[in-house]
Design a protein around this ligand. Structure first.
Ligand code: G1P
Length: 286
């Protein structure tokens, strides 16, 4: 079945970036000159997805404004002959079709996915966690859609991490079935001790609609929240789930250090910034 829809949970408070995120959604923090969330939206578009459902909450209207047309701004740019900027603005608002729904209480990632049930309509769909920025030749979601096309089952993006870092992730256990592909046999969200492997879930998922009934049966887990990983563990009893180690470099832009690393490495890719930035970094003599 052709996958058209993507869910973007974006209702979190962004406490790791306070005070910057007191009045601005963390999804709008700039990575060079584009808000964080736009990177994953562009990845969705490049992967052929057509409709993005953003799960927002209180104080997140800047996200809707960003992906909307800005009539006044476009008129101004037209009047001033700023063609390049105008084109850029039109590209942002014309990216894909957007729909918004609100998570009224911060009950966790699983809960945020659960409330999109009526918008998804019993189809397989993609999920993007915008904090995970993946720099890849072939967009990570496109790579995953190829795996989905072969297995017709849920697919989780995974990456190897040091075992000492496992407590930050959903960790899987799997049986290798092909290059970079595992059949998932167990999952655990943020294990404090003894992770089942070194394969960590990264914020890209393709989910079958079976996840919704699994979510309905899921009680609060790690951090007192309804965890997607716990629902996937339930789903794995009824359906096969696959994990795919994507090709590309991932930045955890939801973390200060990862955010700074992403900014430096994306800026170094910009022809207009590269030379001066390199010179500056060298001058720091670290
Ligand atoms: C979420 C998921 C976790 C996953 C991670 C990837 O955790 O619950 O399973 O490994 O995203 O970024 P969060 O980082 O939102 O705490």
């Amino acid at each position: 079945m052709h996958i058209k829809k993507a869910v973007f949970p974006a209702a979190g408070f962004g406490t790791r970036f306070l005070p910057a995120t007191k009045a601005i959604p963390k999804e709008m923090l700039p990575l060079v000159d584009k808000p964080l969330i736009q990177y994953a939206v562009e990845e969705a578009k490049l992967s052929g997805l057509e409709e993005i459902i953003i799960v927002t909450g209180m104080g997140k209207t800047a996200i809707e404004d960003h992906f909307d047309t800005s009539f006044e701004l476009e008129i101004l740019l037209k009047e001033r002959g700023k063609k390049e900027l105008l084109k850029m603005m039109e590209e942002v608002s014309g990216l894909v079709h957007f729909a918004y729904t609100r998570q009224k209480k911060p009950l966790g990632l699983g809960h945020a996915i659960g409330i999109t049930k009526n918008l998804i309509n019993d189809e397989p769909f993609a999920v993007f966690l915008g904090d995970d920025i993946i720099d890849a030749k072939v967009p990570a979601m496109k790579q995953m859609l190829d795996v989905y096309a072969r297995h017709k089952s849920s697919v989780l993006a995974v990456q190897r991490v040091a075992r000492s870092q496992a407590h930050k992730y959903g960790m899987i256990k799997g049986e290798k079935v092909g290059p970079r592909v595992w059949r998932v046999t167990d999952l655990v969200e943020k294990p404090k001790l003894n992770p089942p492997s070194d394969l960590a879930i990264i914020g890209r998922y393709i989910l079958t609609p079976g996840i919704f009934s699994a979510l309905e049966r899921t009680t609060p887990g790690s951090g007192g929240e309804i965890q997607l990983t716990d629902a996937l563990k339930t789903l794995a009893k009824d359906e096969e789930i696959y994990a795919y180690e994507f090709e590309g470099r991932r930045y955890d832009a939801g973390d200060k250090l990862g955010f700074i690393q992403a900014n430096i490495s994306f800026a170094l890719k910009r022809p207009e910034l590269k030379k001066e930035l390199k010179r500056f970094l060298k001058s720091l003599k670290l």
